[in-house]
Design a protein around this ligand. Structure first.
Ligand code: AMP
Length: 181
């Protein structure tokens, strides 16, 4: 089973992705996590990625696409995966070209996401969870990722959920919809 998770930062994608991964026994991966790992390299490329992460802008399609494609070639993802953070643009969505089964959108208002993030402290994201970077990511979501939702909606692949509900309820709803489709 190949599943995509979409939502703004703070929408609960990684929480739900990890819960779903355990339940379905399908590995979870996140592009943000992959990039934060690459940003640790003390090379010009590592520093470039770090700069992108800290400002909240997107890595260009022609750079992120090969990184993700290479990752997904790994044996552990052969039988399926739950991917969080990709695709974020329509161009990226076209890369999958029919290769995924479902897309889950966790719909959370900007206000709720900002509220949640103001209370969250993720040591892995110390440098990139500034208010400026978070606001930039939200702005980019509306501009570039909302069209991805329309793209999947037209293909009848989109499962849209209210991400402001209780964690366990969302998990239950996802499971029900994913196994039913
Ligand atoms: P995230 O952890 O999903 O919030 O991602 C953190 C940052 O990684 C984003 O703000 C982007 O700079 C970069 N990033 C992650 N996924 C993508 C993607 N699919 N396309 C471009 N940039 C990405």
């Amino acid at each position: 089973m190949k599943i995509v998770l979409i939502g703004i930062q703070g929408s609960g994608k990684s929480t739900q992705g990890n819960l779903l991964s355990k339940k379905l026994k399908v590995p979870y991966l996140s592009t943000g996590h992959i990039l934060r790992d690459l940003a640790k390299q003390k090379t010009p490329h590592g520093r470039y990625i770090k700069e992108i992460l800290n400002t909240g802008v997107l890595l260009p399609d022609e750079e992120i696409i090969p990184i993700v494609e290479k990752y997904l070639e790994r044996l552990e993802y052969k039988n399926g995966y739950i991917i969080d953070g990709f695709p974020r643009t329509v161009k990226q969505a076209k890369v999958f070209n029919g290769g995924i089964d479902q897309v889950i959108y966790l719909n959370v208002s900007d206000k709720e996401a900002l509220w949640r993030l103001s209370y969250r402290h993720d040591p892995e994201r110390e440098d990139d969870e500034t208010l400026v970077a978070i606001r930039k990511r939200i702005e980019i979501f509306h501009k570039y990722t909302k069209p991805v939702l329309d793209y999947y909606r037209k293909k009848d692949m989109l499962i849209e959920l209210n991400g402001e509900e209780d964690i366990n309820k969302i998990h239950k709803d996802i499971l029900e919809k994913v196994t039913k489709k």
